[in-house]
Write a protein that binds this ligand. Structure first.
Ligand code: 4AZ
Length: 248
């Protein structure tokens, strides 16, 4: 996160960090959306020249806040570390264009942490260019790409960008489709390592986006691009409903 501040220790209990099985970071994040599903970006699992099988390679730390000894005394929520039993990458996900950058991970056991609600479209009509959304993560804090990472969860508030304005910003660079959402503010953005993590509507306590891509970080020209959850609500709902053990 560029231009961020520390989140409160109990503010994002549903924030998920991806680790390798040895506990080192996998450089991605997600959000707990039911007691046994995590929503993340497709590109956390597959991209140009890489493919991760989360069933064998990934452990999820649900409720992760502190990644360094310096903040251990601040931790007020539990972290539950769980493996993945199944995963679903959006069938239209394209790693060259970042279109449909969605994936769902099924946990190998249900957790007792409360999930975050998703925007099923009910909040989207309220988006305007004064709408503050929060991007949270453990990714880089330096636009120079110097590999500087925080010791605890950071977040920053960014403003919703009208779709046509975002399309114009990315002319000749990227195709901004309806399944994407853009947000920007001076000196504030997600960055490398924040991928898959939340774009959060605090006012409505709902998840509205997934950190997807950008051109650099905190560029004054290019907004941060997020997967728009409401646009693919049917895909998300169907995959969760068809594969849940715990939902009715
Ligand atoms: C990344 O590399 C990344 N400015 C994520 C988000 C943004 C840039 C890069 C948004 O994971």
């Amino acid at each position: 996160i560029i231009g961020g501040t520390s989140a409160a220790p109990d503010e994002y209990p549903w924030f998920v960090r991806f680790t390798n099985t040895d506990g080192t970071t996998q450089g991605c994040a997600g959000s707990l959306v039911t007691d046994e599903f995590v929503l993340t970006a497709g590109h956390c699992l597959r991209g140009q020249g890489y493919e991760i099988n989360p069933v064998t390679q990934t452990l999820l730390e649900v409720g992760k806040y502190c990644v360094d000894a310096s903040c251990q005394n601040e931790v007020v929520t539990n972290v539950e570390t769980v493996g993945v039993s199944l995963f679903f990458i959006h069938p239209d996900y394209n790693y060259n264009t970042f279109e449909y950058d969605f994936a769902l991970l099924k946990l190998n056991e249900a957790v007792s942490i409360s999930p975050i609600a998703m925007d099923q479209g009910q909040y989207s009509p309220l988006y305007d260019t004064t709408k503050e959304l929060w991007v949270a993560g453990l990714g880089e804090t330096d636009t120079g790409g110097g590999g500087v990472y925080p010791d605890k969860l950071l977040h920053t508030n960014v403003l919703y960008v009208e779709q046509s304005d975002c399309e114009n910003s990315f002319t000749d660079v990227a195709n901004i489709i309806d399944a994407m959402l853009c947000a920007i503010d001076d000196g504030k953005d997600g960055c490398q390592g924040d991928s898959g993590g939340p774009l959060y509507d605090k006012e409505n306590d709902a998840l509205v986006g997934i950190v997807s891509f950008g051109i650099g970080c905190a560029s004054p020209i290019f907004p941060g691009v997020y997967s728009r959850i409401s646009d693919q609500w049917d895909w998300i709902r169907k995959n969760i409903c068809d594969n849940s053990d715990t939902l009715p």
